[in-house]
Design a protein around this ligand. Structure first.
Ligand code: FES
Length: 101
């Protein structure tokens, strides 16, 4: 549900296919990505549901500190510079439910 993911917060989910993903909200839009760093194919977070950097400006990989643009998933700093997180298509329904599209 959208209410579970406030602005500039993030939350991990498991899809029915068993793929871990996370969703974050920025400026009222929701963005979902696979929970996989393009550098070493490891999960991004160290603490539960913490996918953003300290300023909540970028998505951050906790392993080597790579930073990713929230809207595009592109790595803008760190060892995977120029690579991107894998975007996951989602739809927001009027009841606030978030569904994979
Ligand atoms: S594993 Fe993510 S930056 Fe190295």
């Amino acid at each position: 549900m959208t209410e579970d993911i406030p602005e500039r917060e993030s939350r991990a989910f498991d899809t029915t296919e068993g793929n871990p993903i996370f969703i974050t909200q920025r400026d009222g839009m929701f963005y979902a990505y696979k929970n996989l760093c393009p550098h070493l194919q490891v999960e991004l977070e160290f603490l539960e549901n913490q996918f953003l950097d300290q300023d909540r400006e970028f998505i951050e990989c906790s392993t080597h500190g790579a930073l990713f643009n929230v809207e595009t998933g592109e790595c803008i700093s760190g060892p995977c510079l120029g690579e991107s997180l894998q975007k996951v298509g989602i739809q927001i329904h009027s009841d606030g439910g978030i569904y994979l599209s």
